[in-house]
Write a protein that binds this ligand. Structure first.
Ligand code: DAH
Length: 372
């Protein structure tokens, strides 16, 4: 082997290595920290894989360097020691470059991994925003709880009705003003949007045989112009009890009991004669104002809630009309019953001191959030 060729070979091997190693050179020496700081974990991992390939190619068993080592024995004896030394030095330099870059990349990747998985347990948690119930739903649930505890079942009925359920079966004659389009919404097919939950009385009595006790909370619709106390859609709760020997005293006892559970133990009730087609006799009921305790005065002033009268008007009631019982095939000689109905939104407005019930239907979260 010629001296010239062998003498240049270690240089050539190192140059070839350095050319490829060039892009990893920034990960060793002084500038290392800056170069690494810009390297994301995935990039560091990719660089480590490339570096491993580089090591195989330039320092592995089939590398030019390995070849060079095999040639040491074939070099002329007088040059062998010097040549061997240069090969060794080349090998050491290549290994040092590879090792240094690899070590730097490895420790950077390890730190980046920890950083990525770090969890600061002292940070306040990110709570999911929880929804809450609408104030009308809150009141409806309270009412349901009270009546269920008194043995009533909660009934549901359609919001779109035929005239039979909305009027006829409830003993409302066809010429009654409530039937007119001025009060009731009609669909183009002539169905009525129910204008009262009393319709559910009929469904309930068709579904169940007496004795029965049901309440029916639900939406009703009337052609009203919205104002502070009216909305074309609102909520009512209907109550119906049918049994043998039911009297007006049962009605008064039931209504008084439920109102004292709702507004406090001292609550009194008052029944005023009235007229509803589906009850006979009929009565509207009031309860003693829960703000002023029924005295009509609060801190020397007239009570603002009951306007100084001491009573709050709530709903209608009465003994179920025999015609209503007959409409569903119940013998009025054998059974009698009482019924009552009132507005849930109105009760909601009273309980939460709302001066405009339209607030309940505007779906403004700033308002609704107050009823958590
Ligand atoms: N349905 C009546 C209304 O909307 C309220 C009512 C009155 C319901 C008397 C009844 C009742 O069950 O017996 O004004």
């Amino acid at each position: 082997m010629s001296t010239e060729v062998t003498s240049r070979q270690p240089e050539a091997v190192r140059e070839a290595f350095e050319q490829e190693f060039g892009r990893f050179a920034r990960f060793r020496g002084e500038g290392r920290a800056v170069a690494l700081s810009e390297l994301r974990l995935a990039d560091a991992e990719a660089a480590l894989r490339e570096l491993a390939e580089l090591r195989t190619r330039h320092a592995g068993k089939k590398s030019a360097l390995a070849n060079l080592k095999k040639q040491i024995g074939r070099v002329a004896p007088e040059e062998r020691a010097a040549f061997g030394q240069r090969v060794q030095q080349t090998e050491a330099e290549i290994a040092a470059s590879l090792d240094e870059a690899e070590a730097a990349l490895r420790s950077h990747a390890a730190r980046a991994r920890v950083e990525l998985e770090r969890l600061d347990v002292t940070l306040p948690g990110r709570r999911p925003r929880r929804g809450h119930l609408h104030p009308i739903t809150l009141v409806r649930r309270r009412l349901e709880d009270i009546f269920v505890s008194m043995g009533y079942a909660v009934e549901d009925g359609p919001e779109i009705e035929t005239d039979f359920y909305n009027f006829t079966a409830l003993n409302i004659p066809p010429d009654h003003p409530a039937c007119s389009v001025q009060d009731t919404f009609y669909t183009t097919e002539g169905f009525a949007l129910r204008s009262q939950t009393s319709t559910v009385q009929i469904h309930a009595m068709q579904r169940r045989k007496p004795p029965l006790r049901v309440i029916a909370p639900g939406r009703v619709f009337r052609r009203d112009t919205p104002d502070a106390t009216h909305n074309p859609m609102f909520f009512q709760l209907e109550g119906l009890l049918v049994d043998r020997n039911v009297t007006m005293a049962h009605l008064k006892g039931t209504v008084t009991e439920f109102l004292s559970r709702m507004f406090g133990a001292g609550t009194r009730t008052r029944f005023r004669p009235s007229y509803f087609p589906f009850t006979e006799p009929s009565a509207e009921f009031d309860f003693s104002c829960f703000k002023c305790g029924g005295t009509g005065r609060l801190a020397g002033e007239p009570c603002r809630l009951c306007k100084g009268g001491g009573w709050i008007e709530l709903g209608g009631s009465g003994m179920v009309h025999p015609n209503v019982l007959r409409a569903v095939g119940i013998d009025p000689e054998e059974f009698s019953g009482f019924a009552f109905g009132f507005g849930i939104d109105r009760m909601c407005a009273l309980l939460y001191s709302l001066d405009d019930i339209r607030l309940l239907f505007e779906n403004d979260v700033r308002f609704l959030e107050q009823f958590n």
